[in-house]
Design a binder for this molecule. Structure first.
Ligand code: 4NP
Length: 159
């Protein structure tokens, strides 16, 4: 059975698709694409069915990651039956997920950046209403946490 990871933000058009794409590339490059499955979702359904924000797609493309094929969806309670890790981009997302989480969930629900090596940020700042710097910061934070997450999964689930 593959380990399944779900990244969650608010709209599923900026932060969590970035996490999905960055982590997918890392997993692919590590030869683990059959052992780790990845998806993303939003706590809101506002952008359901849409591609990621063009600024998010452009920023990721500069780092050789193609997010244009992804489509937004809302997180649902049944996701907890499927995913071993449900990772929130910020504390608001985490609170919403804790409300949705079935009482019998035995997987890991927490903040994605808790897996990071950097200690300055525990949340991925929402870049939606800001300038282009925000999208670069999202990528920097997500790349750092993705590396830590892969190390943790390899140590605790795949060894
Ligand atoms: P995300 O960013 O949660 O990282 O996808 C946002 C996207 C859209 C909105 C807010 C945040 N919005 O207000 O529509």
């Amino acid at each position: 059975m593959p380990v399944k990871v779900l990244f969650v933000c608010l709209g599923n058009i900026c932060r969590s698709p970035t996490a999905e794409g960055v982590f997918q590339k890392l997993v692919d490059d590590s030869g683990l694409s059959k052992r780790i499955e990845i998806d993303s979702a939003g706590t809101a359904n506002w952008h359901q069915g849409r591609a990621p924000d063009p600024r998010t797609v452009a920023a990721a493309k500069r780092r050789n990651i193609d997010l244009s094929v992804l489509r937004a969806r809302a997180v649902k309670a049944s996701d907890f039956h499927e995913f071993d890790y449900v990772l929130a981009m910020d504390k608001n997302n985490l609170a919403d997920l804790q409300d949705l989480k079935p009482a019998d969930y035995t997987g890991h629900l927490g903040l994605f950046l808790a897996f990071g090596h950097q200690t300055q940020y525990l949340e991925v700042p929402d870049p939606y209403h800001g300038g282009s710097d925000g999208f670069e910061l999202v990528l920097d934070l997500v790349e750092d946490a993705a590396a830590g997450l892969l190390e943790s999964i390899q140590k605790n689930k795949l060894s």
